[in-house]
Design a protein around this ligand. Structure first.
Ligand code: FES
Length: 129
């Protein structure tokens, strides 16, 4: 059996939503201290709906495929649903990752959570002013 599913290979070779959103409403950056890989997510949010999402990942094939799939899963979704996205759901959408590569999908979950936290804290600041 091939190590990676066709979907992992597809999202690794042709990642969706790569790039930067200059005026993002939420940005989240996370890293894995063990492998040194870094993932950054940018969210554009209108009326609590994620209208655009881009990512930059300096990492392994699984991390790139996970970020790409995660952006596809949350694009167009309400913030509340994106908050519930788990790394398991990302890995399942990719038709699985090898066990020792599951931690790569955790980066995608964490980067999205962090970007959403950033969005929420910016909103609180605006409402206080
Ligand atoms: Fe570092 Fe995959 S080996 S995220």
């Amino acid at each position: 059996m091939a190590l990676y599913s066709d979907k992992v290979m597809d999202h690794f070779l042709q990642p969706r939503n790569v790039g930067v959103i200059e005026d993002a409403d939420g940005v989240g950056e996370v890293g894995n201290a063990k492998c040194g890989d870094i993932m950054k997510m940018y969210l554009k949010i209108d009326d609590d709906i994620i209208t655009d999402v881009k990512f930059e990942t300096f990492g392994c094939a699984s991390a790139i495929a996970s970020s790409s799939m995660a952006t596809e899963l949350i694009k167009g979704q309400p913030v509340e649903d994106a908050l519930k996205l788990t790394n398991k759901a990302v890995a399942e959408a990719l038709d699985g990752l090898p066990d020792y590569k599951m931690h790569c999908s955790v980066l995608a979950e964490e980067a999205i959570q962090k970007a959403l936290e950033d969005y929420k804290s910016k909103q609180e600041n605006t409402s206080q002013n």
